[in-house]
Design a protein. Sequence first.
Length: 120
Amino acid sequence: MSKRKRRLSRQFEPEEKQVCMDDQIRRKRSLGVLRPHQKTKPRSPDATGKVNFQRHTLRAICKQLAEASSDEVVCNIAGWRNTDHQGAYITVEISPRFIPREQRTSKSSFFDDIFDTETE
């Protein structure tokens, strides 16, 4: 199969099924770097950089956008201060918003069972 056909067939793959936590941990993260930026105007940014998005991150964000009732979705962003030979910078990670699965038992019934407050 040629590279072009492989690329085209990949575009029409079915959406990923629910991914287990182990798969999420092993995947590459969508990381970027922010470095201080020399301000040339009052509205210039304090820092600039680039983010390397991974396919699975963009796919999850696009899925959330398609399911949303608005033109925007909320994503998570995290940052870590670092230093290298070029100076100080912030490593940033962009990830889709985490939506926890429904819990099997509610917290109130869990605590009711442990403390059995009704029988005292």
